[in-house]
Design a binder for this molecule. Structure first.
Ligand SMILES: C[S@@+](CC[C@H](N)C(=O)[O-])C[C@H]1O[C@@H](n2cnc3c(N)ncnc32)[C@H](O)[C@@H]1O
Length: 202
């Protein structure tokens, strides 16, 4: 039986580059979720694919601990959660070609123009994210913010290593269709439009 301490892993030190599979002690493919919040998506995915490993990265300590507690209650052993800045982790600390999938659902939109520089999808992050994906790995992005979605598409669509694919895919859908993250459930209930795009690393 896992404990919260087994689920929570420390972020790498300043100069460290890590192979994410090491957090799990096996060679199973690793999927990374950035900004996993309360962990609804990663929990469902971990239950459905016990032969895969799932690393969730969340900046807010409160959500990270909440999600870790949830993983313990469900008895999943294939999830690790890290409280850190996911942008920094991807840009500086992951071994190239180490991820089987990268999930980014409802990233903070930073709607004010003067805050756009805080958005996750910047040139350096995108280059690093592509580098960490294995050939054939999937990058999936979902947001309720139309303007941020356009910003993301403007930057991801021209990347030559990324081939756009159908977002809906049986291996990546939740039982209710699409990823069904905590925010998605709330926004769908409110009748908001959800924008989705997925790519495969060539
Ligand atoms: C709008 S919420 C979405 C949560 C979840 N993905 C969902 O769809 O329910 C955005 C989450 O990303 C986290 N976050 C924002 N910036 C982050 C960063 N740089 N690194 C890790 N997590 C981050 C926030 O703390 C928050 O929990």
């Amino acid at each position: 039986m896992s404990t919260v301490e087994d689920i929570l892993v420390s972020p790498p030190g300043p100069e460290m580059v890590v192979q994410p599979a090491e957090y799990f002690g096996n060679a199973a493919p690793v999927e990374l979720e950035i900004g996993c919040g309360k962990g609804g998506f990663i929990l469902e995915r971990a239950k459905r694919y016990p032969e895969r490993s799932f690393l969730g990265v969340e900046w807010a300590n409160k959500y990270c601990r909440y999600a870790a507690d949830r993983m313990v209650r469900w008895g999943v052993s294939n999830v690790r959660l890290m409280r850190t800045d996911a942008g920094n982790l991807v840009r500086h600390h992951l071994v190239p070609s180490s991820l089987a999938a990268l999930h980014v659902y409802h990233p903070d939109p930073w709607p004010k123009k003067r805050h756009h520089k805080r958005r996750l999808f910047q040139t350096e992050f995108i280059a690093a994210a592509v580098r960490t994906l294995q050939p054939g790995a999937r990058l999936a992005v979902q947001t309720d913010h139309g303007e941020y979605f356009a910003w993301i598409r403007e930057r991801l669509d021209p990347v030559s290593e990324l081939v756009q694919v159908d977002f809906e895919h049986p291996d990546f859908a939740s039982p209710g269709g699409s990823p069904r993250t905590n925010f998605e459930v709330k926004y769908v209930r409110e009748g908001r439009t959800i924008y989705r795009v997925a790519y495969i690393r060539a």
